[in-house]
Design a protein around this ligand. Structure first.
Ligand SMILES: Nc1ncnc2c1ncn2[C@@H]1O[C@H](COP(=O)(O)OP(=O)(O)O)[C@@H](O)[C@H]1O
Ligand SMILES: [Mg+2]
Length: 342
């Protein structure tokens, strides 16, 4: 039996990842719960529950307890986290501490809800860190340096933008437009233009196969099946990259505008740093084709994609989990709350 167990958790809208100190990433599962309305019981969580998404019988609901970076359904989120953390592959310990990443600009109540959740599943100590800081750490940026870094994390539910300098957030912004929203726009586009109803998994498939933020040199297309909006019968259509780009135009514009606004309120010295250091894109949403080029064109600075954008946040949390005392020391000099402001 181990005395003390330290975990790092990225409780994402799309995916939950767990890092175990001394071991590495031990869990990577969809943040989904399947719930049986008849028995009022959770049937499955994670990968098992994802298989049920959009295909559930009427008495089973597959839902995402985390929405837009906040806990939307406390009981379901708790049950999900409980099942993840009581996983057979994780050792059991009386003393469990957790470092969890949170979205930027959460209210006190939303933050408290994250803390309560982990406490109620038996965690003794809960540290929190804002997602962009974790992403920056996980991308190997020297965030303690007296120079500013701009990190944009595009997840499923939110885009978190932050300027980080000397271990802290200088300015930050959270936008409820990210990967999920892209899928919704694709669902609408396919319905309006092609008169076809498709579900979220198909929209996701289209996005990954042919989605693009800027015009592509190579033509891309994908055929997908759904229900004809008029006849109600099954139908197959061909979706092209140019169509998807058009459907995503508005969301992408909102994103780049938000980033411009953030830079607008940043102190000039730091803007100079950003110009030198560039912008770092992390999160699964940043994997959309041409995302880097779009930001480069709109913002006019170099844009770097981080290594392995889907796991860079949990990697950053992992670095903290490995050396909590080092980071806690910094914490004491920066903040009086339990939020780690590095
Ligand atoms: N190749 C890809 N192209 C575009 N979007 C992608 C790709 N791979 C994953 N995504 C999107 O990334 C999002 C999940 O990113 P992630 O950083 O794991 O989110 P979260 O932290 O909110 O759980 C989803 O919306 C998913 O559709
Ligand atoms: Mg994330």
């Amino acid at each position: 039996m181990m005395l003390k167990k330290i975990l790092g958790v990225d409780l994402g809208t799309d995916t939950t990842q767990v890092y175990l100190k001394g071991v590495g990433i031990v869990l990577n599962e969809p943040s989904i719960v399947a719930f049986n309305n008849r028995t009022q019981r959770v049937v499955a969580v994670g990968r098992e529950a994802k298989k049920m998404l959009s295909r559930t019988p009427s008495h089973v609901t597959a839902l995402r307890p985390i929405m837009n970076g906040v806990i939307a359904d406390f009981d379901m989120a708790k049950e999900m986290v409980q099942r993840f953390l009581k996983n057979k592959t994780l050792p059991w310990s009386w003393l469990t501490e957790v470092v969890v990443s949170i979205s930027t600009n959460l209210t006190e109540v939303e933050r408290k809800s994250v803390e309560d959740l982990f406490r109620e599943v038996g965690v003794g100590k809960v540290y929190m860190i804002e997602e962009p800081i974790a992403a920056a750490l996980g991308s190997g940026l020297d965030i303690g340096a007296p120079t500013a870094h701009l990190v944009v994390d595009i997840g499923a539910g939110t885009t978190d933008m932050a300027i980080i300098s000397i271990n802290g957030l200088v300015v930050s912004k959270r936008l409820k437009i990210a990967g999920d929203h892209f899928n919704q726009e694709i669902i609408h586009g396919v319905k309006d233009e092609m008169k076809l109803f498709i579900g979220e998994p198909t929209a996701e498939e289209i996005k990954i196969a042919v989605g693009a933020a800027v015009p592509q040199t190579e033509k891309l297309d994908i055929s997908v099946r759904g229900r004809d909006a008029v006849s109600g019968l099954p139908k197959e259509v061909n979706v092209r990259d140019t169509q998807v780009r058009y459907w995503l135009l508005k969301s992408l514009k909102t994103m780049t505008e938000a980033l411009k606004e953030l830079i607008d309120v940043t102190p000039p010295e730091l803007v100079g740093d950003i110009y030198r250091n560039g912008v770092y894109l992390s999160g699964g949403g940043s994997m959309l084709r041409g995302m880097q080029q779009l930001f480069e064109k709109e913002i006019g600075v170099n844009v770097h994609g981080v290594d392995e954008p889907l796991i860079c946040v949990v990697r950053g949390i992992g670095l903290i989990a490995e050396n909590t005392s080092f980071y806690t020391n910094i914490l004491h000099s920066f903040s009086s709350s339990s939020i780690i402001r590095l």
